[in-house]
Ligand binder design. Structure first.
Ligand SMILES: Cc1ncc(C[n+]2csc(CCOP(=O)(O)OP(=O)(O)O)c2C)c(N)n1
Length: 476
């Protein structure tokens, strides 16, 4: 769902045992069909080179995704002269498509008439490494930018006309801009319901232009006026080239609109609920952001902490905010953080997690010292499955059910036992020293920060409402 290119190799029982309910036999290819882009069962060693070549090709091209190769044990035991094929010919699979010039021209034409345009950037911009091109386009044309959760970092959060993340927990400025725009230029998004809120109320005044590598994503959820199927690495530079002669006029004509967006951002910033007493997650994350190196790679789990990280921790570069968006799988954070550190050993990797999520894969803390991988971790400990508790509080009359982590185990003690130097804090005056400890050296460290259990993520768009019908949570 997050379009992550991944090749997974799994082991299958011996060919002679398939179909016998043999020990640990499972129809892995069958089970994974709905959750992979493609999968294989390899029964003959001669097929292995071709399958490997195809798997990596399919995982990376078009809309990227996971490909699984299930291999029977006799193939693992067999021998062959390995010749890796140079080319792939797959009937019926098109890979990445070239955009049509006429489509891009229509997109540029739409720009000419716009007075209130907005750029919406999604995970496709990050995956195609076209964030730099998009940022230059935004700067030249002056068009305000919003991103989806998966698109965070596609354009630097620090760009003045960047209005933040849109969606269920998006910023007021981003949600209002999308609701009021007359042209929405959507790049590499799939209009997930967490981004659009109620689809029929999404961007009601806008002509919508949709750039996406996967033609099947276009007109799937949001009907659009201009469809630009094709690889963003080609369509975006071409669009920028065609928009170039219009850029100066666009910047001038859209100035009042841009200023209105920037003013909304100042006037109605995202804020945590701000319970009295205790450490506010907003303060904790803003201070952590000020302390962490600017090119820190932030990885999150799933919950309130994820949304606060998206709102309060600025991302300056693509691939520097790694999160589980489409499925929102708690437990993603720690394995993803250690993977990020292996991929970028010279950068600080900071995991921001909750006490519910981190429990789900905390055994991986042993992996960090085992392989000398250094990850910094902040656990925002509310003793709750906070995001679900928040929904129960706001929309289910405060009937809290199964959302309290009753034992409230100390992750600092668990991680310490696994070889990670750890500390717990609960009072605001301990925050600075706690962050000194966390960022003091290059090695792994964990800071568990107790926060009040009633802190909430705001804004929140209630289900079945439009983006402009946010609850702002300014009641105190
Ligand atoms: C594997 C999994 N189980 C359940 C959920 C549903 N869910 C979404 S957020 C959430 C609470 C997360 O709690 P925690 O990690 O402590 O973060 P918090 O919201 O308190 O910051 C739950 C249960 C999920 N997304 N993934």
């Amino acid at each position: 769902m997050d379009s992550i290119p991944l090749v997974i190799i799994s082991g299958q029982v011996a060919t002679s045992l398939i179909g016998q309910d043999a020990f640990q036999e499972a129809d892995t290819a069958g089970i994974t069909t709905p959750i992979t882009k493609y999968n294989y069962l390899v029964r003959k060693v001669e097929n292995l080179p071709q399958v490997l070549k195809e798997a990596f090709y399919i995982a990376r091209t078009g809309r990227p995704g996971p490909v699984l190769i299930d291999i029977v044990t006799d193939v693992f035991d067999a021998r062959l002269d390995f010749h890796y094929p140079k080319e792939v010919h797959l009937l019926g699979y098109q890979g990445s498509q070239h955009p049509r010039r006429a489509d891009v021209q229509r997109a540029a034409e739409a720009l000419r008439r716009a007075r209130r345009p907005v750029i919406m950037a999604g995970g496709g911009v990050v995956l195609s490494d076209t964030g730099g091109e998009l940022t230059r386009l935004a700067e030249k044309t002056g068009i305000p930018v919003v991103t989806t959760l998966m698109g965070k970092g596609a354009v630097p959060d620090t760009l003045p006309q960047h209005l933040g993340m849109l969606g269920m927990h998006g910023s007021y400025a981003a949600n209002m801009a999308v609701s009021g725009c007359d042209l929405l230029l959507a790049f590499g998004v799939r209009f997930d319901e967490r981004s659009t809120a109620k689809a029929s109320l999404f961007a009601p005044a806008a002509r919508i232009v949709h750039f996406n590598v996967e033609p099947g994503e276009i007109n799937k959820i949001i009907p659009v006026q201009v469809a630009v199927p094709g690889d963003l690495r080609e369509s975006l530079p071409l669009f920028a080239q065609l928009a170039e002669p219009l850029a100066a006029a666009c910047k001038e004509q859209t100035a009042p609109w841009r200023e209105q967006g920037e003013a909304m951002k100042e006037e109605v910033p995202c804020t945590a609920h701000a319970c009295r007493g205790g450490i506010s997650p907003e303060t904790a994350l803003k201070k952590a952001a000020a302390r962490a190196p600017q090119d820190t790679i932030v990885v999150t789990d799933v919950g309130q902490h994820q949304m606060w990280a998206a709102q309060f921790f600025p991302t300056r570069e693509a691939r520097h905010f790694i999160t589980s968006g489409g499925l929102g799988t708690m437990g993603f954070g720690l394995p993803a953080a250690l993977g990020a550190k292996v991929g970028e050993p010279d950068k600080t990797v900071l995991l921001i997690t909750g006490d519910g999520s981190v429990l789900m894969n905390c055994q991986e803390f042993t992996t960090l010292p085992t392989y000398g991988i250094h990850v910094k971790t902040i656990v925002l400990k509310n003793g709750q499955l906070g995001l679900v508790r928040q929904l129960q509080g706001l929309f289910r009359g405060g009937r809290y059910s199964q959302t309290e982590l009753i034992r409230k185990p100390s992750m600092a003690k668990i991680a310490e036992a696994m070889g990670i130097p750890s500390r717990s804090i609960s009072r605001p005056e301990e925050l600075e020293a706690g962050l000194d400890f966390l960022f003091g050296g290059d090695d792994s460290a964990l800071l568990e920060i107790a926060i009040p259990e009633d802190e909430r993520v705001y804004p929140v768009v209630p289900g079945s409402k439009g983006l402009d019908q946010m609850i702002l949570g300014r009641e105190g």
